[in-house]
Design a protein around this ligand. Structure first.
Ligand code: ZN
Length: 116
């Protein structure tokens, strides 16, 4: 279906921009991590706290990158826009709000409930 591709072109562009943004951010965090290695001995405690903060940030960004890669994968396989859980079509408004979403609203709420 050729129409599907153009339908999602906008969302694909958003995903590409988001991915570049995240890759830059992870790069900067990595640089920051290296900087904290050069600090004074006295600052070790501060550095450790700082490093922990960086690691946490990287962890979240890497998860996000993974989710975005999954979205690209689904675009390539022509299954983008479908919920991974119930396989229903995810409404366009939801995709426009969160182009990397993997689930429809109902399944998202369900999964958040089961994770808590
Ligand atoms: Zn669903």
């Amino acid at each position: 279906m050729g129409t599907d591709k153009s339908k999602f072109q906008n969302l694909k562009n958003i995903l590409i921009r988001k991915k570049i943004e995240l890759l830059n951010k992870v790069n900067n965090i990595n640089k920051g991590l290296m900087d904290t290695n050069i600090g004074d001995e006295i600052d070790t405690a501060t550095n450790n706290a700082e490093r922990e903060r960086y690691f946490k940030m990287i962890e979240n960004d890497k998860l996000m990158l993974e989710t975005i890669n999954t979205a690209f994968d689904k675009l390539n396989k022509n299954i983008y826009g479908r919920c991974e859980s119930c396989h229903n079509t995810i409404p366009m408004e939801r995709l426009q709000a969160i182009p990397w979403t993997r689930y429809c609203i109902a399944c998202q709420i369900q999964s958040e409930k089961s994770h808590q």
